[in-house]
Design a protein around this ligand. Structure first.
Ligand code: HEM
Length: 203
């Protein structure tokens, strides 16, 4: 069981942090907004703590927007236990059903400007990833939904807050942000084809 938790919890969490950093670097005004919020909420000489997360709505919106565009588990797998009628389609018993969470996140019938990184959309809608808003299920939904959500929530937000509160960031190869390669590699986990290589800049 510990091995299962380790496998399910490490790659997903680190990949989400990597995508969030990549999106913020590509969108400098969103990065600035996230850092400003952190600087207002976190007291000088203190480290971001999980009890601060509730006071950081913009950071929470950044994480949601990252998971919408780059859900680390892009495809969910289910098997029908009986024959069902799904939106007019007959699904026979024992059919393997693949739920494409990635394409749901980019569906223009659900999201305005689906390919843009706009954390603000979540400030307005208040949508959450707890499996109730079925257009946005990066942690799955139903009884097999991710059981690590509370832990993932703490780790992703506090890690990002720590990285962004203390430092500004620049690309390690000195390249231009506009030329950053954001290509996704599909697999059990949705990785960046080119891992993000960045250098912290202390202000
Ligand atoms: C950002 C981080 C994470 C994401 C995006 C994520 C996403 C997911 C998804 C999509 C599923 C499948 C849900 C379904 O089929 O409906 C899942 C399952 C699972 N996750 Fe996570 N996860 C994350 C972090 C974690 C962490 C930190 C842990 C544990 C410490 C964890 C433990 C599990 C376990 C045990 C399952 C299997 C649940 C079951 O089959 O009943 N996950 N996760």
């Amino acid at each position: 069981m510990w091995q299962d938790l380790f496998v399910a919890g490490t790659d997903t969490t680190s990949t989400t942090i990597e995508w969030a950093m990549a999106e913020l670097l590509q969108n400098p005004e969103k990065l600035k907004k996230t850092r400003n919020e952190l600087q207002q909420v976190i007291k000088k000489d203190e480290e971001p703590k999980d009890s601060d997360i509730n006071k950081l709505p913009y950071l929470q919106a950044v994480v949601k927007e990252t998971l919408r565009l780059h859900p680390t588990a892009p495809i969910l797998v289910r098997q029908s236990r009986s024959e069902v009628d799904l939106c007019g389609f007959k699904v026979p018993k024992d059919t393997l059903v693949l739920v494409n969470v990635w394409s749901m996140g980019r569906d223009s019938s659900i999201w305005t400007d689906p390919n843009l990184f706009l954390p603000e959309r979540f400030l307005e809608s208040g949508e959450d990833f707890i499996g109730e808003d079925l257009g946005f299920i990066p942690f799955g939904a139903g009884r097999r939904m991710c059981s690590g959500v509370p832990f993932a929530h703490r780790v992703v937000h506090t890690m990002l807050a720590t990285l962004l509160y203390h430092f500004d960031w620049k690309l390690a190869d000195g390249g231009k942000i506009e030329d950053m390669d954001m290509t996704e590699k599909f697999g059990t986990t949705l990785h960046k084809v080119k891992p993000l290589m960045v250098i912290p800049v202390k202000e």
